[in-house]
Design a protein around this ligand. Sequence first.
Ligand SMILES: [Zn+2]
Length: 166
Amino acid sequence: MRTKASKGASDTIHSLMSSPEAILSDFSRFYILLLLFEGPKHGYDILAKIEERLGQKASPSLVYPFLKQLEESKIVDFQSESTGRRKRKRYSLTSEGKSLCTRLFKQFTTIVSSAIEPSMSTCSHCGCRVYKDAYYEVINGKKLAFCCTYCASSYKKSAVAKRQEA
Ligand SMILES: [Zn+2]
């Protein structure tokens, strides 16, 4: 079972990267796993949450077969609940499913980090990484990036001190 689950993870990552058209549906699948990772959910909870948080309608024809697939791969388990005349399934991740998600999210984090890396700069003073809206200042003819104005002024102070030492 373990090999089957890990294959699923790399398949998801692979299809995520290879086919742009598949990205949206694959992203929905990924998001379904993320929602289940937060806690047990009914199919319609998942549909509602996708719409609420991603601002797009998820297709039940994607969600339900995917849940079925997860169920068959023992990634999710379900509890039957009957409310009135309807039977509903409440899905939750199995422990195998949880460890699969942890691995998957780690891989995804790596992908996301490399995707945002080019738009990041490093604060010239404290060295922290800044995503968007870095503060720039020209010091001694060089345009330098800072995380904030405080770092910029500290940098200037120490630059002046260094020059006086020299
Ligand atoms: Zn800084």
